[in-house]
Design a protein around this ligand. Structure first.
Ligand SMILES: Nc1nc2c(ncn2[C@@H]2O[C@H](COP(=O)(O)OP(=O)(O)O)[C@@H](O)[C@H]2O)c(=O)[nH]1
Ligand SMILES: [Mg+2]
Length: 375
């Protein structure tokens, strides 16, 4: 967006050309579209009151205005129907500018060192001139908003990087809600020019599958020396990963980490690879000292080149979007079904009959569906 067109935020939306003022370059961080940690600090009292138009959001994001980027994500995260509609219009207009990043999902049990790794890795990428967006997917955060990134102190260094943007998990209530918000946030960040998107997730429940389904490359951060080498990580989770990273390979732990790496490499040999034509391997690193962290980028680059040359990269992205479409349809139908008054009314009776064995499961399902279709 050209700087001349940018108007001060106190100009009323409907003001037309009556206000001749324009924001010029050099104004306090954030207003001039330049990245910077001061962005936003001076503006909340105004920007909170001011209503942005769809065009304001779109142009703000495209020009890299961090304050507007954050506001757009807040809009996307809103559950209010009128904001959802507006958010969808913004996303529609941003779509042509999306998709140009590499999306990396990072999972692992709490304490494995994901946040520390993201900080070390993210800073390294920023220093190489990349623009890094860090998002979190934590379905439990509806209670403790942004709990995974709650320990922000560990991302102190990264959050000071002008090329980094860190956003805690949306509080979506359901995993479906969080998923929609996160996926759309990725798109918004891409439109704002971020070329690397790191998505951290907690290694519990369904969140890994969810993050796998919105990323290109999936990294599983593991620990060694925690007793059982498989430390509760299910085989299913290993099968989602494009690379295994044995973290904390420092100090006394180096040898153990090497041993674990070899063990996992043997295991991986027998598992079905997560990405067609890519053989996942285990590596060691230390998020604390930075040893082995640079190598992660080499792996990601090799993965991307290989996947792009075979067309698998694009193919996966396309199927991810379709999958998402149908997931949303399913969720919508399911919610509609269970909130249907007719269904709600007969559910207790049906359940009772099924548990007594007086009707079959098939009849029960038919009766519920008939009740739904009646309404
Ligand atoms: N020694 C060592 N400690 C680490 C390393 N990476 C993380 N830690 C520590 O492990 C703890 C958990 O790290 P954190 O990044 O919060 O883990 P997360 O829950 O997976 O995000 C913190 O105390 C970190 O300082 C590492 O490479 N080496
Ligand atoms: Mg963490």
């Amino acid at each position: 967006m050209s700087k001349e067109k940018q108007r001060p935020e106190w100009v009323p939306e409907e003001a037309g050309t009556a206000f001749a003022s324009h924001v010029m370059e050099g104004v306090n961080g954030g207003h001039d579209g330049m990245p910077g940690q001061t962005a936003g600090r001076s503006s909340p009292p105004f920007s909170r009151r001011r209503k942005l138009s769809v065009d304001d959001y779109v142009q703000g994001v495209l020009s890299g205005n961090r304050t507007i980027l954050a506001q757009t994500i807040t809009l996307v995260e809103s559950n209010a129907p009128r904001y959802i509609e507006m958010a969808q219009e913004v996303i529609k207009q941003l779509l042509p500018y999306t998709g140009r990043s590499i999306r990396i999902g990072i999972t692992g049990v709490p304490g494995a060192g994901k946040s520390t790794l993201i900080e070390t890795f993210g800073c390294m990428l920023c220093e190489q001139g990349r623009r890094v967006a860090v998002l979190a997917v934590d379905p439990s955060s509806s209670v403790t908003r942004g709990s995974i990134l709650g320990d922000k102190t560990r991302m102190d260094r990264l959050s000071r990087q002008p090329n980094a943007f860190i956003r805690p998990s949306p509080s979506g209530g359901t995993l479906g809600g969080v998923t929609r918000k996160s996926r759309e946030t990725i798109l918004v960040c891409e439109a704002a020019g971020f070329d690397t998107v790191l998505v951290e997730t907690v290694g519990v429940g369904q969140s890994e599958t969810t993050v796998r389904s919105m990323t290109d490359f999936f990294l599983l951060v593991m620990l060694t020396g925690a007793g059982d080498e498989l430390q509760g990580i299910k085989k299913g989770v290993i099968e989602l990963a494009d690379a295994l990273l044995i973290n904390k390979a420092d100090g006394d732990n180096i040898i153990k980490a090497q041993v674990a790496k070899e063990e996992y490499n043997r295991v991986l040999h027998y598992l079905k690879p997560a990405s067609e034509g890519w053989m996942p391997e285990a590596y060691t690193c230390s998020a604390l000292t930075g040893a082995g962290v640079a190598h992660i980028w080499d792996i990601v680059e090799r993965f991307r080149h290989q996947m792009q040359s075979t067309g698998t990269f694009e193919k996966r992205r396309k199927s991810q979007v379709l999958e998402w479409v149908y997931t949303m349809v399913q969720e919508h139908l399911q919610t509609g079904f269970f909130n249907d008054p007719n269904v709600k009314k007969i559910i207790p009776g049906i359940e009772q009959q099924v548990s007594e064995g007086s009707i079959s499961a098939t009849i029960a399902a038919k009766e519920l569906l008939a009740a739904y279709e009646k309404g």
